[in-house]
Design a protein around this ligand. Sequence first.
Ligand code: FES
Length: 107
Amino acid sequence: MPTVIFNFSDDRQQVVEAAAGQTLMQVAANHGLEGILGDCGGACQCATCHVYIDESWLDRLPEMDGMEDDMLEGVAAPRLAQSRLGCCVTLQAEHEGMAVTFPPTQI
Ligand code: FES
């Protein structure tokens, strides 16, 4: 059961428990975090689940596919090296303590 640290651009922080196999988008939505809308329900079609992953975690994430890469080209906030779509990042036990920041355009 990985713990995920969600950071908001106004310096709030929320630490939540996730279940292995859930995506970051599902975890945020299940906890009512307003930083993620997830309008498409996790189908990689809306980009409203854009997050910035703490750099120290980037090499432990699932590889980005072409669809996610394309969708990230259209996000409202700046696309950074640590940008991912929350619905494309499935958590595993080894992601315990992962830190994620919501773009300022989403809160
Ligand atoms: S929830 Fe729509 S792209 Fe992630």
